[in-house]
Design a protein around this ligand. Sequence first.
Ligand SMILES: C[S@@+](CC[C@H](N)C(=O)[O-])C[C@H]1O[C@@H](n2cnc3c(N)ncnc32)[C@H](O)[C@@H]1O
Length: 133
Amino acid sequence: MWRELQGERLDGEVLEIGGGSGAMAAELLRKCPDVRLTLTDYDEVMVGTARTRLGEFGERVSVRQADATRLPFADASFDTVVSFIMLHHVIDGEAAVAEAGRVLRPGGRLIGYDLLASRPMQLLTKPRARGNA
Ligand SMILES: C[S@@+](CC[C@H](N)C(=O)[O-])C[C@H]1O[C@@H](n2cnc3c(N)ncnc32)[C@H](O)[C@@H]1O
C-alpha cells in the first residue's frame, strides 16, 4: 500500500474514485488509522460489494455510486483523492482529473497510478492529443 500511496501517510477526508470492490480502500483504512474514506464507483454491483467489504470500518467509511467525471460533492471537500488503476476506464479521463481537483481542498493531493503511459494507451490517446478525434 505504501508504494501505491507513493510513500505518503494519509489522514483526514479521503475520496477514492473508481474504488471497485473496496480492496484497496480496506488496505488504506488499515494502514492509515486517521483517515475517513469515501469510496465511489460507477458500477452499482461494485458499490454493493465494497459496502459489504468495508462494513467492518463503521463510521470511518461511506460508499456511494458516482461517476468520476461528475462527482456529487461540494468544492474543496477532501484532503486527498486517490485513484488506483481506474482512469484508463474513463472515456473522458481529463474530466475525471478536473473533478478530482475541484473537490480537493487547497493544498490537497491526487495520488494514484494507472496505465496511461503504456504503449496501448498512448496509441488510444494520441489522436485526441493532436485534436483529430
Ligand atoms: C480495474 S477497476 C479498479 C478498482 C480499484 N481501484 C482497485 O484498484 O481495485 C476500475 C474501476 O473503475 C470503475 N469505473 C469505470 N469508469 C468509471 C467512472 N466514470 N466513474 C467511476 N468509476 C468508474 C469501474 O466500475 C471499476 O470498478
